[in-house]
Design a protein around this ligand. Structure first.
Ligand SMILES: NC(=O)C1=CN([C@@H]2O[C@H](COP(=O)(O)OP(=O)(O)OC[C@H]3O[C@@H](n4cnc5c(N)ncnc54)[C@H](O)[C@@H]3O)[C@@H](O)[C@H]2O)C=CC1
Ligand SMILES: O=C(CO)COP(=O)(O)O
Length: 355
C-alpha cells in the first residue's frame, strides 16, 4: 500500500457525530489542526459542552481545545463541511445501536446541503444486535447510492481517556478509498497519534467487535481469580475464534495479528479502563448483569453483540466456544464457574487448525 499523506490538506473540514467519550476524544484531536465540529444528540448537553469546555460526563477533568466547536444541530455540522476547496470528513462516533440512524441522518443531510463529495468513517465497534450485520453493511444501505461519498472504519487499541490526555496511541483506518484514508490520517495523525492504513474493512470491523466479547470473558476469569495463565489462554484462544469467523466472513487472517485484532484484544482484555472488561469482572465477582448494566452510564458493546456474534458464527458453521460461554453466563444464567468447567472439559484439539 502506498505511503499516506500526513499533511497538506488545508481544506480538510471535520465533523464528528457522538459526544460520548470516543467522539469527544477524536474531535479534540482533530481540532488541533483542522476546523472541527462535534455534534451531540442532546442539544442541552451540546450547550453545556460548548460553554463549559469540558465533557464532564464522559471525560471529566480534560479541557476541550478552544478551537473545537460543539453543536446539537446536525445542520450546523453539515454547513461547516462546506467551503472553497473543502474536503469533508464525517466521523460517526456513536454506539453501534445508533449507527443506522446516524448514517441515515448524514446521508440525507449531505444531499440537503449539496455535499456530493465526502468521506464518512465510523468508529463504533460491534455488529448489529438483531441482524448480525457489520457496520459497513449498514452504512452501504445509506451511502451505497451516493457515488461521491466514500466510507471506511476507524479502529485500534485506544481508550478514549488516554487519547484525550495526549498519551501515545496507534489507530488503523480501513477503506477501499485511498482518499478517505488520507483524510483520516490528515485529521488525526501527528503528535502522539499514529494512524495506519488498511483496505481490510471486514477484518478491522470483526476484530473491533469481537474483542469486546473476549474482554468480557477475560474479565469474568479475572473476577473469578482464575490467574494470569487463564487470561493468556482466553486471549489467545479468543483470537483464534475471532480469526476463524473473520476469515469466513472474508477478512484477511493477518489483520487479526495487527492493531485492530490482537492489539485491541490485549488492551481491552487486560486494561481496567475497558467497560467490557469491567462488566466481566463484576460478573465474575458475582453481580447480576441487570444490576451491572443498571449502574453503567457508558456503553459496553460486547454485551449486546455477543448473542449476534454467536448466531452469525452458527450460520457460518464456525465454532466459538468462548463466545458461547460468555452468552451462557450473560443470558442463560449459567454460573461463571460452570461455564469455565465446560470450556476446560472440551476435547483435546490440535492447535492452529481444525485437525
Ligand atoms: N470509549 C472508548 O475508549 C472507545 C470507544 N469506541 C467505540 O465507539 C463507540 C462509541 O463509544 P463511546 O463514545 O465510548 O460511548 P459512550 O458510552 O462514552 O458515549 C455514547 C455516546 O453516544 C450517544 N448515544 C447513545 N446511544 C445513541 C444512539 N442510539 N444514537 C446516537 N447516539 C447515541 C450518547 O448520548 C453518548 O453521547 C462504541 O461503539 C465504542 O465501542 C471505540 C474506541 C475507543
Ligand atoms: O474499544 C476500546 C479500546 O480500544 C474501548 O473498550 P471498552 O468499550 O471495553 O471500554
Amino acid at each position: 500500500m502506498p505511503a499516506m499523506q500526513a499533511d497538506g490538506k488545508p481544506g480538510l473540514r471535520v465533523g464528528v457525530l457522538g459526544a460520548g467519550s470516543w467522539g469527544t476524544a477524536l474531535a479534540a484531536a482533530s481540532a488541533r489542526a483542522h476546523p472541527t465540529v462535534l455534534w451531540a444528540r442532546n442539544p442541552a448537553f451540546a450547550d453545556q459542552l460548548a460553554r463549559g469546555r469540558e465533557n464532564t460526563h464522559y471525560l471529566p477533568g480534560i479541557p476541550l481545545p478552544a478551537a473545537l466547536r460543539v453543536t446539537g444541530d446536525l445542520d450546523r455540522l453539515l454547513a461547516h463541511l462546506h467551503g472553497p476547496d473543502a474536503e469533508a470528513l464525517v466521523v460517526l462516533a456513536v454506539p453501534m445501536a445508533g449507527l443506522d440512524a446516524a448514517c441515515h441522518a448524514v446521508a440525507a443531510g449531505l444531499a440537503r446541503h449539496g455535499l456530493a463529495q465526502a468521506s464518512v468513517v465510523w468508529a463504533c465497534k460491534g455488529i448489529d444486535a438483531v441482524t448480525g450485520r457489520l457496520p459497513h453493511e449498514i452504512a452501504a444501505d445509506h451511502f451505497g447510492a451516493l457515488p461521491g461519498v466514500s466510507t471506511g472504519v476507524l479502529s485500534g487499541p485506544s481508550f478514549a481517556r488516554e487519547v484525550a490526555q495526549g498519551l501515545p496511541v496507534a489507530l488503523t483506518v480501513a477503506s477501499a478509498d485511498p482518499v478517505l484514508r488520507d483524510r483520516v490520517v490528515c485529521a488525526l495523525h501527528g503528535g502522539a497519534i499514529r494512524v495506519y492504513g488498511s483496505d481490510d474493512v471486514v477484518g478491522v470491523e470483526v476484530g473491533g467487535a469481537l474483542k469486546n466479547v473476549i474482554a468480557i470473558a477475560c474479565g469474568i476469569g479475572d473476577g473469578l481469580s482464575m490467574g494470569t495463565n487463564a487470561r493468556a489462554a482466553l486471549i489467545t484462544r479468543g483470537l483464534a475464534e475471532i480469526s476463524r469467523l473473520g476469515v469466513a466472513l472474508g477478512a484477511r487472517a493477518e489483520t487479526f495479528t495487527g492493531l485492530t485484532g490482537l492489539g485491541d484484544l490485549i488492551l481491552t482484555a487486560t486494561g481496567d479502563l475497558s467497560r467490557n472488561r469491567q462488566v466481566g469482572l463484576a460478573i465474575g465477582r458475582g453481580r447480576p448483569l441487570d444490576a451491572i448494566l443498571g449502574d453503567m452510564t457508558q456503553v459496553a458493546e460486547g454485551v449486546r453483540c455477543a448473542p449476534a456474534v454467536l448466531a452469525l458464527a452458527r450460520r457460518h458453521g464456525i465454532d466459538m466456544p468462548i463466545t458461547e460461554a460468555v452468552c451462557a453466563v450473560l443470558f442463560d444464567r449459567v454460573p461463571p464457574q460452570e461455564a469455565v468447567s465446560r470450556l476446560l472439559a472440551r476435547d483435546p484439539r490440535f492447535e492452529g487448525g481444525d485437525r
